[in-house]
Ligand binder design. Sequence first.
Ligand SMILES: NC(=O)C1=CN([C@@H]2O[C@H](COP(=O)(O)OP(=O)(O)OC[C@H]3O[C@@H](n4cnc5c(N)ncnc54)[C@H](OP(=O)(O)O)[C@@H]3O)[C@@H](O)[C@H]2O)C=CC1
Ligand SMILES: O=C(CO)COP(=O)(O)O
Length: 332
Amino acid sequence: MSSAAEFQTIGIAGAGAYGAALALAAARAGRKVLLWARDEATVAAIATNREVPRLPGVPLPDSISVTSSLANLAEAQALIVTVPTQNLRQACDAMARSLPAGRPVISAAKGIEQATGLFTTQVIAEAWPGSTTAILSGPSFAADIGRGLPTAVTLAAEDPDLAQALAQALSSPAFRIYHSADPRGVEIGGAAKNVLAIAAGIAIGLGYGESARAALVARGFSELRRFGEAYGAQGETLMGLSGLGDVVLSCASAQSRNFAFGLALGQGKTAAEAAGGKLAEGAFTASILAEMALARGVETPIADAVTAIIAGHVSVRESVAGLLARPIRAEI
Ligand SMILES: NC(=O)C1=CN([C@@H]2O[C@H](COP(=O)(O)OP(=O)(O)OC[C@H]3O[C@@H](n4cnc5c(N)ncnc54)[C@H](OP(=O)(O)O)[C@@H]3O)[C@@H](O)[C@H]2O)C=CC1
Ligand SMILES: O=C(CO)COP(=O)(O)O
């Protein structure tokens, strides 16, 4: 039986925008936080300025310390990994070399590993054998968490007691964490919503308007649900914060980097120009998600279209015309 009191110190691996946000959330929940960045210069800048460069304007309290040594995370009773999905394996390999396995490792990444088709908790389990995995996901911009605005997410683990204990340990009045025993459902929602956010951005970038966006979001959610159920997600999870909730947020706001990436594609930029050096997880997830859907006989026309556009195989307009020319069919 796990209890929140076990988790007094939290280690956070990855000092980007979300790592900073979750460090602040954990500190506000009364935890001591050890924030790890791989780069010495970043650690020095954070220690001096008491803010994370990728989340500027939010001062870090004294309960957050920063380190470039993974061995210093040994004191933490639970770890949260906040590096991009395609770099998660590398980060977990490094942790496995520096720390004993066993403590809970919570993924906060939203994607599918391109090279393997593994979801993020599977990547952690494979790269760091013996770790107990969990996933935290849901509608939450790092900047909103940083400002202390009300936010709600889901934390899931196979062991419901562990999920509940971690959720309690990390929750505070403005950062509410619901718990779940369906980690696969939670991680699929977070990965797939990024692909849909790109599609929604494309529709707006093309000037197709709000009705088109609403249609895309609804049909996209149906795609997410089919894919999720084919890969073992529970329907109720997909309807929750980490699925529908994050689709609503990310498809509606230009604050989403995935939406902004799609918007730029729709306005005629190439994929490289549209990314502009910012992380758009959906750009890496779209093709593997489409491939995995095909392997299980699931239709994902929106993920297919996003994949073809990013690869430069079709123009944005041709691709959208292809979607609009699909045969008329029953909605469900
Ligand atoms: N930002 C947000 O609002 C939210 C983000 N997320 C998810 O969180 C994850 C991270 O996103 P976010 O923080 O925004 O991204 P950022 O681009 O802000 O930061 C990524 C961080 O990961 C670090 N990093 C990359 N590769 C490694 C590695 N191999 N080892 C250690 N550190 C590494 C980078 O370090 P360096 O500077 O050295 O490259 C950087 O500090 C993504 O999966 C995203 O979907 C989830 C919810 C909200
Ligand atoms: O996942 C997020 C909000 O829940 C952040 O979205 P972006 O990665 O698209 O900025």
